[in-house]
Structures are given as structure tokens and as C-alpha cells.
Design a protein around this ligand. Structure first.
Ligand SMILES: [Zn+2]
Length: 489
């Protein structure tokens, strides 16, 4: 804990009442059960390989369903069939529902049960990826922090609310998704598309971590950038390597495309949902001026080869990175194709078509004719110049989703803020994420009030990933308190 910056305690606007304190004491009484539940979830393999490859996740869904059944919730599976059309190849979405005594608001918890692949060889021997081993206050395992810890805490909060016998209005439900790690085609995209009324709550809390290291308490996630993953296939002309074709070598075309992009690919600048100034102010409220100095000096270890160092600018603008390239067959053969994969992350407000227009304009600057997938308008098509030219680049889509954000000052947003202050006794920090979560798909489908907050830990998608056991209790209390305050009858 010593490497963390001390936070300034604030007195909450809505401190815990006597009843609330009593309700939350249930979490203290059941602390070990949360850890045990997390351990069990980590030990159940739920690996998600890659989009389009089916991996059976029945075991973890059956376990989760059974747990929620026993806790007294009405559970139901929603199956999304895989394109394979094999009868037994489908993914589950699970809904566990608690209906109140009278009509009212609907609050939803949400978490994904899938995990990214792991290679046991990269993990320490005594903390294997599926072990759920506890060591020095940390619970190790693939998916521990991303995001079985959050899932376990929300499941326990629901169970304890039910056990407490407190009456609620409206409904409380938890939605378990199967494939967030491959962008949710069978989960967060499938459900709103096919069962909108089932998942369209008044507010949703996703229990993904929003760790703010070196701060102690978590942030509150209000949005994320939109992933636009594209594949560009460059077409050239093959030939003998002893007779170079500088302009029509497909690799050279791709390299030209990459090397000029940083300056010439002009993406519109939009106001970020959380500006740099706002971030600094919220930080100052949490850790004070001296803490802010410490924060600025806090630099995670940087490898000598890393010339980019830490760059907070990426938080406030649309970015792109070229991350995969494939070409060539032999040293003395000029390649006629080159495949380049790019990862664009867009700010909310930037439409996919607008981004694509920018890319097409960039291609025109380079003198390349580009063909897009059919559903997009191609501004080159209106120019006769390109009409009879052969295609230089064919673009295809790997994944597409627009950036999105939630207003933190909504009615539910206020309940969340008040509850956060009552539990953590520090001032909130709203964060905007560069990475994807199921929340992006939910907002895109028209669902409102999607917030992200979860327990602490480290190493998501890395070896020796762990959840900090000491953070589980407070976040479970937060989930419980929010449900109580929002739905109290
Ligand atoms: Zn996750």
C-alpha cells in the first residue's frame, strides 16, 4: 500500500443511516464468502479464444445460474446461436431477476464471465492461471480482476439484499455476458438487438475494474472510446526481386500509408467527455495539491526501448495504431499483396462514416484508390479520376463500435455518487476509458445510464493477474447500497 498516494477524506453529503449500516454489516459478516465465490469462478475455465471460434462455457454459466437460483432469484438463459449453426454451438446470456413489491425503477448489474487466453508457462509456478491461489492478500488467476472479482461482488450484493428481507420497488437484475473479450457479438450486441426489453434497465452498473493507481480508491467509468479495427489489403504487382518495382510493391505501398498517417490523416478533434482540466480538478479534490505533484511524478517503469514514454494525450483524442502486417513469400519475389491491420479508437460524437471519410481522403492524398465494405459511402466514387483505375486498397472491418459516454449527473448518477462518497469517503473521479467494454455496445443500442466501477487488482490480460482481496468488501457494499438507495420501497 505504501506506493499509493494518500487520499483526502471528505464527509459524505448523504452519510450512512442506521438502517444502511445494518444492511452493510451483512457484507462484513460474509467477507470470506465473497473470496470463496471469486476463487470458484476463477477455477472454472471460461476462455474466449477469438471472434468466430466457439468455446463451450456451459460449466461457468451453470455454476452461476445455480448460485443465483439458490439465492432466490428468477433466472433465465438467452441463447445466441453461433454462425456455425451446429445445434450445440451457442453462447449463453444469463439474467437473474428480483422483482419488487410494486412498480418502480429497474437497476441492472452486469459482468462478463469470459476470460482472455492464458499461457501457463508465463505464470509463476505457485500462482497458475486457473488456480485461484491466495497469496499475501491477492487472489491470482486469469480473469481474477478482469472481471470475475467484480462479478463475484455483484452476485454477493444481490444475494445479501435478498437475504436481508428489505423490500424493493421495481426490479434488480444481473446480466451475465459470454464474450466481452471478443466485443460482445453474442452478448452485449445480441441481447439489446433481440431482447431489448429484457436488458434495458433505467441504469446499469458494470463491475469491470476502474483502478486509478497510484490512487487507493476506484474511479467511476462513464464511457469509452469506440473500437474501429480495420484491415487494409494493399494490391501491387509481383515480380523478380532483382528488378525492383518501387511504387507497385505491395509492402512499399503499405509502408507509405503507415509513415505519412501520423501527420496527414486528419481526424476531427472533439471535446472529450472528461477534459484534462476536469481530470486535474477531480484529482486535486481526491489527493490535494501535494498529492497531485506526487501523481505527476508517478511514472510506471519504462523500458529503455520505449521512446514514447507516458502520453496522457491519448485519453483526450481519437487515436490509431498499426498493429499487424502480413506480406511476402520469398526474398527474391516482389509481393503483390500486403495486409495491414489498424486499431482506431474514436471519441464519442465521431461517427464511423466520418472516420471512414477521413481515411478515404487520406488515400486520395496518397493517390490510392480504396474500396470500402458495401454499407459505407465512398467519397472517391463521386470522382471520375478514380473510375477506371485499379483498386490499390481494399478495406474490411474486423470490429466496429462508436465511442460513447454517460452523463454522470443523471438521477441515477447522483445516487451512485452519493453512495460512493458514503462508502469510500473520498471525492469521486470520473474516468473515460481508451479500451472497450460491454457498456459501449449497450449505449450504442440506446440503453441509458451505464456506469462502470469495480474492485482493485492488477495485470488484466497479463501473466500473474490478481484481484486485491482487501478491495472486495467496499465495492460489494457500494453495489448493495446503490441498489438499496435506488430501489428502496
Ligand atoms: Zn473485462
Amino acid at each position: 500500500m505504501s506506493d499509493l498516494i494518500e487520499e483526502i477524506k471528505v464527509s459524505p453529503k448523504f452519510p450512512l443511516t442506521k438502517d444502511e449500516k445494518q444492511l452493510l454489516s451483512l457484507v462484513d459478516d460474509n467477507e470470506n464468502d465473497i473470496t470463496e465465490l471469486l476463487q470458484k469462478l476463477v477455477q472454472l475455465d471460461s476462455m474466449n479464444l477469438s471472434e468466430g471460434i466457439y468455446v463451450d462455457k456451459t460449466e461457468i454459466f451453470e455454476f452461476t445460474k445455480d448460485f443465483m437460483d439458490k439465492a432466490g432469484f428468477k433466472t433465465e438463459y438467452y441463447k445466441s446461436q453461433f454462425p456455425s449453426d451446429k445445434k450445440d454451438e451457442f453462447y449463453y446470456n444469463l439474467i437473474a431477476l428480483l422483482e419488487g413489491e410494486s412498480p418502480g425503477k429497474a437497476l441492472q448489474f452486469n459482468g462478463h464471465l469470459d476470460i482472455v487466453p492464458y499461457n501457463p508457462e508465463n505464470w509463476d509456478e505457485d500462482t497458475p492461471p486457473l488456480g485461484g491461489v491466495i497469496k499475501e492478500g491477492k487472489l491470482y488467476g486469469r480473469g481474477s480482476i478482469d472481471m470475475k472479482a467484480g462479478v463475484a461482488c455483484q452476485m454477493m450484493a444481490m444475494k445479501l439484499l435478498k437475504e436481508s428481507g428489505e423490500k424493493i420497488k421495481g426490479k434488480l437484475q444481473m446480466w451475465f455476458t459470454p464474450d466481452e473479450e471478443t466485443h460482445g457479438a453474442y452478448g452485449s450486441k445480441f441481447m439489446p438487438k433481440n431482447h431489448f426489453d429484457v436488458v434495458n434497465a433505467d441504469a446499469t452498473i458494470i463491475s469491470e475494474p476502474r483502478i486509478m493507481k497510484p490512487l487507493q480508491s476506484p474511479g467511476i467509468g462513464i464511457g469509452e472510446k469506440g473500437p474501429h479495427w480495420f484491415k487494409f489489403t494493399f494490391h501491387g504487382v509481383a515480380g523478380h526481386g532483382s528488378w525492383p518495382k518501387w511504387k507497385s510493391n505491395a509492402i512499399n505501398k503499405a509502408v507509405r500509408f503507415i509513415s505519412k498517417a501520423n501527420k496527414k490523416l486528419k481526424i476531427p478533434k472533439l471535446k472529450p467527455p472528461v477534459t484534462k482540466k476536469q481530470s486535474l480538478n477531480m484529482l486535486k479534490n481526491r489527493i490535494g495539491v501535494s498529492g497531485l505533484k506526487e501523481f505527476k511524478n508517478y511514472v510506471p517503469p519504462i523500458l529503455p526501448l520505449d521512446k514514447d514514454k507516458r502520453n496522457s494525450k491519448n485519453l483526450y483524442k481519437t487515436t490509431f495504431s498499426f498493429n499487424q502486417i502480413k506480406a511476402g513469400v520469398k526474398t527474391n519475389v516482389i509481393p503483390d499483396t500486403c495486409e495491414l491491420e489498424a486499431d482506431f479508437r474514436t471519441m464519442p460524437g465521431l461517427k464511423s462514416q466520418e472516420l471512414i471519410d477521413v481515411i478515404v481522403k487520406y488515400c486520395s492524398k496518397l493517390g490510392y484508390k480504396i474500396e470500402l465494405p458495401e454499407k459505407f459511402n465512398n467519397i472517391q466514387h463521386s470522382k471520375s479520376k478514380y473510375k477506371d483505375e485499379p483498386t490499390d486498397i481494399t478495406m474490411s472491418i474486423i470490429t466496429i463500435g462508436e465511442g460513447s459516454a454517460t452523463n454522470p449527473d443523471s438521477e441515477f448518477g447522483k445516487v451512485l455518487r452519493n453512495s460512493f462518497e458514503a462508502i469510500y469517503e473520498v471525492s469521486p473521479i470520473y474516468s473515460y476509458s481508451t479500451g472497450f467494454s460491454d457498456g459501449g455496445n449497450m449505449r450504442e443500442a440506446g440503453m441509458k445510464d451505464i456506469f462502470i466501477i469495480g474492485p482493485g487488482g492488477t495485470g488484466a490480460h497479463n501473466a500473474n493477474e490478481y484481484a486485491d482481496i482487501s478491495t472486495l468488501k467496499d465495492i460489494t457494499k457500494l453495489y448493495l447500497l446503490v441498489a438499496y438507495r435506488y430501489l428502496e420501497a
